[in-house]
Design a protein around this ligand. Structure first.
Ligand SMILES: *[C@@H]1O[C@H](CO)[C@@H](O)[C@H](O)[C@H]1NC(C)=O
Ligand SMILES: *[C@@H]1O[C@H](CO)[C@@H](O)[C@H](O)[C@H]1NC(C)=O
Length: 257
């Protein structure tokens, strides 16, 4: 039951322009992520397939552990999505506003002992980048997040073809750069979906990056940047988090940077 008082408290946090991961689709099946604005009021907590997200805003301080799986406490979800290596996983946002331009980044981490119920991914070099699109001045639209918006706020991530079976967290993130010209102004919107790869190959993940840790507030290539200077061609742009792993599959919907 959502009463009127709660609705009044709720509305200011649902700022237009921001967004959150709402559903995940695999092989035609739709799996709900944490429903911001309503799931917090349902008892017992509903079965969801991505970890709790507090609100639709960005992570306030991306140098803290809130960066790992957003500001919802990094609570393991009750549901886990079964996938096969090579499957396409579609990340569906509630909406995405074009004014929040920036790259879209996808990472995967294997849960220690294949037990995601006790894995947070907030220490160690556990995150391996398996997808990324950022800025391509000769594409239309130029920014990955604007491309996501044009696709109906959807994004496809392909599970690497030869990935070994096991339990993993899939971390999907938009980086909004509209106020990134000021230090700590970069807006990260991450989510963590729990997946179990039921069949695949023998490839183990290499070591990756740590989140938090790898995103440097003073990174002038990807984090402390002025959007307009990039768009006017005055400076280049390199998304944070390093290169995409060579074992990852190409983005099925757009090639290039
Ligand atoms: C993480 O986010 C929550 C919710 O906004 C906040 O209460 C908490 O202080 C944050 N933690 C850190 C370490 O910034
Ligand atoms: C990616 O392209 C495929 C093939 O054209 C299409 O079916 C799918 O809906 C696209 N995905 C997104 C997220 O736009």
């Amino acid at each position: 039951m959502v009463n009127f008082g709660i609705v009044c408290l709720l509305l200011p946090s649902l700022v237009a322009g921001h967004g959150y991961l709402k559903n995940i689709q695999v092989n035609g099946q739709l799996y709900p992520a944490w429903q911001v604005g309503s799931d917090d009021y349902i008892t017992p907590a509903p079965v969801r397939y991505a970890r709790r997200i507090l609100d639709n805003g960005p992570v306030i301080d991306f140098t803290t552990k809130n960066l790992t799986c957003n500001q919802g406490g990094n609570i393991p979800s009750q549901g886990t999505i079964s996938v096969k290596a090579g499957d396409k996983v579609t990340m569906i946002w509630d909406q995405w506003n074009s004014a929040h331009s920036g790259p879209v980044l996808d990472y995967i981490a294997r849960c220690t002992n294949d037990d995601c119920s006790s894995f947070k991914g907030d220490t160690g070099n556990v995150w391996v980048k398996i997808g990324q699109l950022s800025y391509n001045p000769s594409a239309n639209p130029k920014w990955a997040s604007d491309f996501l918006r044009e696709r109906g706020a959807k994004w496809d991530v392909v599970i690497p073809q030869n990935l070994a079976p096991g339990s993993y967290l899939l971390r999907h993130e938009i980086l909004g750069l509209h106020v990134a010209g000021q230090r700590m102004g970069a807006q990260f919107y991450p989510s963590c979906t729990q997946i179990k790869v039921t069949s695949g190959g023998t490839t183990q993940l290499p070591s990756g990056i740590s989140l938090p840790g790898a995103y440097n507030p003073d990174d002038k290539q990807g984090i402390l940047v002025e959007l307009w200077r990039i768009e006017q061609g005055q400076i280049g742009y390199t998304a944070p988090g390093g290169a995409v792993w060579s074992g990852a599959a190409p983005n099925p919907n757009r090639s290039g940077p």
